[in-house]
Design a protein around this ligand. Structure first.
Ligand SMILES: [Fe+2]
Ligand SMILES: [Fe+2]
Length: 227
C-alpha cells in the first residue's frame, strides 16, 4: 500500500465520523469564497481554536488555584502551559483571519478543583490531544492541503508531545503520592521559555533554534512567575 493510499484508507476507515462532523460544520459557514475552497480546513481551525482556548482558560484557573494552595512551581508550570496554549490559539485565529473568517467566541465554564485533581485532569487532556485530537485534525486537514494550517497543527501536536514526559510523570505519581511528587516539583529550579511561533515549551534558557519550528531562539519568550 502506498503512503497516499494508506492515508486514504486510514482517513476513510478511522476518521469517517470526523468527515461527517466537519462537513456538517463547514456548511454552516458564511459561504464566502474561502469557505468554499477550504471548508474542512476552516472547520478544523475553528475546533482547534476552541480546543486551545479551553485549555488556555483551564491552565489560567489551575495557576490561580496552585498559587492559593502554596505550590508556586506547579503554578509556574501551569502558567507556562497556558502561554503555550495561547500561542496555538492565536495561530489558529490568525489563519482563520487570512481565510476570511473570524474565530468563534468561546464561552465555557472552567472546571477548577484542587491542585492534585487539576494535575490529573491536565494530564488526561494533554494525552488526549497527543494521541487523538491532533492526529485526527491533521488527518482531516490533509484532505485539503492548506499548508499553513497543517504546519501549525503539527506545531501544536509536537508542542504537546514535548510535554508528554512531564505530564506522564505527573499522572503516574500524583494519584497516590501527591505530597512527594509536589515536593519534588517544588524543589526544582525551573526557568520556562515558550516559543512565540509554535508554543514549544522548555524549562531552561534556549541555546539554539527552536526544536520544533527551527526559528531563531530569539522567538522564545521567558515566562515570568505568576503572582
Ligand atoms: Fe495547545
Ligand atoms: Fe518554535
Amino acid at each position: 500500500m502506498t503512503d497516499i493510499s494508506r492515508r486514504q484508507f486510514l482517513y476513510l476507515s478511522a476518521a469517517s465520523p470526523f468527515i461527517f462532523q466537519f462537513s456538517a460544520l463547514a456548511t454552516q459557514g458564511e459561504g464566502n469564497k474561502s469557505n468554499v475552497i477550504y471548508p474542512r480546513t476552516i472547520a478544523v481551525l475553528q475546533e482547534s481554536f476552541k480546543t486551545e482556548m479551553i485549555a488556555y482558560k483551564h491552565y489560567i484557573g489551575y495557576t490561580s488555584k496552585a498559587l492559593s494552595e502554596k505550590y508556586p512551581n506547579i503554578a509556574y508550570l501551569f502558567y507556562s502551559f497556558s502561554y503555550s496554549e495561547k500561542v496555538h490559539a492565536d495561530n489558529y485565529e490568525r489563519i482563520l483571519s487570512t481565510l476570511g473568517h473570524e474565530a468563534k467566541p468561546i464561552q465555557i465554564e472552567i472546571d477548577v478543583r484542587n491542585t492534585k485533581s487539576n494535575l490529573q485532569k491536565a494530564a488526561q487532556n494533554e494525552l488526549k490531544k497527543i494521541q487523538t485530537t491532533y492526529p485526527d485534525f491533521i488527518l482531516e486537514l490533509e484532505t485539503e492541503s492548506c499548508e499553513e494550517a497543517i504546519i501549525n497543527c503539527m506545531y501544536s501536536w509536537k508542542s504537546h508531545k514535548q510535554h508528554e514526559k512531564k505530564v506522564k510523570e505527573i499522572r503516574k505519581f500524583s494519584r497516590a503520592f501527591f505530597p512527594s511528587v509536589s515536593s519534588k516539583i517544588e524543589g526544582l529550579n525551573l526557568d520556562f521559555h515558550v516559543c512565540k511561533v509554535c508554543g514549544a515549551t522548555i524549562d531552561k534558557a534556549p541555546r539554539s533554534p527552536c526544536v520544533i519550528c527551527n526559528k531563531s531562539k530569539s522567538n522564545y519568550q521567558k515566562i515570568e512567575r505568576p503572582t
